[in-house]
Design a protein around this ligand. Sequence first.
Ligand SMILES: [Zn+2]
Length: 82
Amino acid sequence: MSSAATVCEVYINDSMPAHRLGNCAFHEVMHNVLAVGDGMHSLGGVAASPTPERAILTAESIRRMSPRLFLPRPQFLGRMQK
Ligand SMILES: [Zn+2]
């Protein structure tokens, strides 16, 4: 994988509550936007791992994400089915 590209994956099971699924998807968006690995989890809220069903987007997460929301973030597509 190129160091300039990233990938997000969310694995679910049939019993995953909708709120948790939404938070998991947003959590992965945060990894993409912030371009950080597990260190992001210390931000808490939706950034925590495992991602909680009920969580907030912390003020620190908002502060870090805001300036990066519109930066291009190439996605790794090497194993995507065509
Ligand atoms: Zn994570």
